[in-house]
Design a protein around this ligand. Structure first.
Ligand code: GGG
Length: 347
């Protein structure tokens, strides 16, 4: 029997509950479809940071490298560990070390989910550059705490990084409805974003079958609200993609539905799958976190691992569940009840 080895990092807050829920769905569908998942849990979290001074052990990346994929819940416990520390100590090092340069985030409404918009018929795939740009971590602070304090943070855009994410976007558009929206702010950011636009333009001639349009981030934010049906694949930088995908989550009914896949397209290292949402400390002990974003992320993981039928069945089970009105409104149903409903829809 084929076995996929999965590293599970539940993380903080609601991360533990949604990962447990998704894992039960993944294990069930694996049994039904005749393959196995071997899960190993790593309790790396803000508690690890408090205990050891680091979010993961020094050998953490090398430990993860041996797995076929990683399923992550959520990271962050800002009351005790600054978000800038937890994010730069776990999530971002994994994305960068494993060259997971394409962060794919699908935005569409599941049946029965009432988004805030009149528009219902949208199906957007947002692709966020995931290893450089505004999240490069290049910068510093001097004269801290004085009137002369200076903080500098430099965005880094390399030709290799920009070209490969745009190529990935063009390829995805080709597999879908053939439309690519490239997002920048090149009127204001006249070096990096003009460069991004130039690379977009240069690559467009290699993909004559893809209709490519460049948008400014502000115009794209408005379009996602006013005319989301007009969009197919969006490609954006690390920060812009992060912001636009919270907007995407909002129009698809909330962060409880927003899934993501951090993909290493060359498969030289494991890819990582995680809900877009964070650890939600405010609801962490209430048992009401919606596990659907993590379950959907699990489906993306199975698809990446070649288990297409199992991935499709999970998406059908999610749709059957929401069509019954289960899990469709924040806080309405308990995590366990939503998970049970998805599991029974798999039968
Ligand atoms: N589910 C992953 C998670 O905890 N995300 C929280 C977060 O703040 N992520 C920042 C990012 O994706 O850049």
């Amino acid at each position: 029997m084929k076995t996929h080895s999965i590293a599970l990092i539940p993380g903080d807050g609601i991360g533990t509950a949604v990962t447990k829920a998704a894992w039960s769905v993944l294990e069930t569908v694996a049994k039904q479809e005749g393959f196995a998942l071997a899960g190993t849990t790593f309790p790396w979290s803000c508690q690890t940071y408090k205990d050891t001074g680091a979010m993961m052990p020094a050998e953490g990346i090398e430990t993860l490298r041996g797995f076929d994929a990683i399923l992550l819940g959520a990271v962050g416990w800002p009351a005790e560990v600054p978000d800038s520390v937890s994010l730069h100590g776990l999530l971002l090092p994994i994305r960068k070390a494993f060259v997971q340069y394409a962060n794919m985030r699908p935005h569409r409404l599941l049946p029965g989910v009432e988004g805030p918009l009149k528009a219902r018929d949208f199906d957007i795939l947002c692709i966020r550059e995931n290893t450089e740009g505004e999240y490069s971590g290049a910068g510093g602070r001097v004269h801290q705490g004085t009137d002369g304090e200076v903080a500098v943070e430099t965005s880094i855009f390399t030709r290799m990084g920009v070209e490969r994410i745009l190529r990935f976007g063009f390829e995805q558009a080709r597999k879908r409805r053939g439309k690519l929206a490239s997002v920048t702010k090149s009127n204001a950011q006249k070096y990096s974003m003009v460069f991004w636009d130039e690379v977009t333009h240069a690559l467009a001639s290699e993909y004559p079958d893809v209709q490519v349009t460049s948008y400014h981030i502000d115009a794209m934010a408005a379009r996602m609200v006013m005319a989301p049906e007009s969009l197919d694949v969006i490609v954006a930088s690390n920060l812009f993609g992060d912001i636009l995908t919270d907007l995407g989550a909002a129009i698809q009914g909330g962060l409880g539905f927003a899934a993501s896949a951090n993909i290493n397209p060359d498969r030289t290292a494991p890819s990582m799958f995680e809900p877009v949402h964070g650890s939600a400390p405010d609801i962490a002990h209430l048992g009401i976190a919606n596990p659907m974003a993590t379950i959907w992320s699990g489906a993306l993981m199975l698809e990446h691992l070649g288990e297409t039928s199992a991935a499709g069945r999970i998406m059908e089970a999610l749709a059957t569940t929401t069509a019954k009105g289960i899990g469709t409104r924040p806080g309405q149903d308990k995590t366990d009840a939503i998970t049970a409903a998805v599991l029974s829809s798999l039968d």
